[in-house]
Design a protein around this ligand. Structure first.
Ligand code: FRU
Length: 318
């Protein structure tokens, strides 16, 4: 719709004999206002602090560009809802879509359909099982998992029994964080004695850890695929009432200042890794795409490691 209007305006401006009121192309001819780009953002859920942060980062970056109008949708952790949000954005003919998908498979077709309709799509944080999108932005989850394994192995002196509380295994970060971790502990005497898919959610992790604690006398560490999972495990150990929360090393990922980083400062977590939301980068990239510039297909974000020694100094980049 907006593209169509822009095309008509442009055509009129190019007609011989017509005056061209727009001086530098991208402005509204009559009022000098900036052109509006409508960007739809489908967030898989807003129940987790990390996702609230992602939306805040997008909002803050978009606020610096008066020509950008954002439409936010929350899929409430349901892939079907997210699928229909994609269809809604296509019907509305938004100029660009940002999606942070819940699962890797169910969103493949809706994203392809948007691309086929000529709407560029930026996939943020969780990958899709497809190449049909404009750009993927996210941190390297294999690397984060590997560094988690290596650093934990160091802290455990190369041996121990661990519990792995996985993220949702129908999403790619869960697999990548697992595979990377296995690489990181390769060649050590660390063995996994219990593992469960906790769907990224703290209550699930707390419940699974409760059963791990009741089955195993000796647990040296917990590798949670995100900070809420690691914290849920800590709470389960604390509630057991045997003081095991003081001897088990809890490892998480995300490192929000008010969540994981605070837990490391308080001695609850032994380790966490920054998992940037990519919100600001998504808006920068969206604007480049909308202005017709070429962007890389994959934009990989960095990470930082936080442990007891470096947390006060802001962690170390990896
Ligand atoms: C939030 C979250 C984060 C995690 C990311 C992985 O939904 O679970 O905690 O790092 O998703 O995609």
């Amino acid at each position: 719709m907006r593209r169509a209007i822009a095309a008509v305006v442009l055509a009129a401006a190019l007609l011989p004999g017509c005056s061209s009121p727009a001086k530098d192309g991208a402005t509204d001819e009559t009022k000098g206002e900036a052109r509006k780009y409508v960007i739809g953002m489908s967030q898989c859920n807003l129940g987790e602090p990390w996702r609230q942060q992602m939306n805040k980062d997008i909002e803050a970056a978009a606020a610096k560009h008066p020509e950008v109008e954002m439409i936010f949708r929350d899929a409430q952790n349901k892939s079907e809802t997210q699928q229909s949000q994609m269809r809604e954005f296509v019907q509305q003919k938004v100029d660009l879509i940002i999606i942070s998908p819940k699962e890797s498979r169910p969103l493949v077709k809706p994203v392809s359909d948007a691309m086929a309709a000529g709407i560029p799509v930026i996939v943020l944080d969780r990958k899709l099982e497809s190449d049909d999108f404009t750009c993927f932005i996210g941190a390297d989850n294999v690397k984060i998992g590997r560094e988690a394994g290596k650093e934990l192995a160091k802290q455990l002196g190369g041996k121990g029994s661990i519990v792995e509380l996985k993220g949702l295994m129908t999403s790619i970060p869960g697999h990548e964080r697992h595979n990377g971790f296995m690489e990181g502990i390769k060649g050590t005497q660390i063995k996994t004695i219990f593992e469960a898919d906790c769907g990224w959610l703290e209550p699930n992790a707390q419940r699974e850890m409760k059963s791990a604690l009741s089955r195993f006398e000796q647990i040296d560490a917990v590798y949670g695929h995100n900070d809420p999972s690691a914290h849920g495990a800590y709470m389960a150990a604390k509630q057991e009432g045997k003081g095991r929360e003081n001897t088990i090393k809890f490892v998480g990922i995300d490192a929000l200042p008010d969540e994981g980083v605070r837990y490391v400062k308080k001695g609850i977590l032994a380790l966490t890794f920054q998992y940037p939301t990519g919100g600001a980068e998504a808006i920068d990239t969206a604007l480049k795409i909308l202005k017709g510039e070429k962007v890389d297909k994959t934009i990989t974000l960095g990470t930082r490691m936080f442990n007891k020694e470096n947390v006060e100094a802001g962690g170390v980049p990896l």
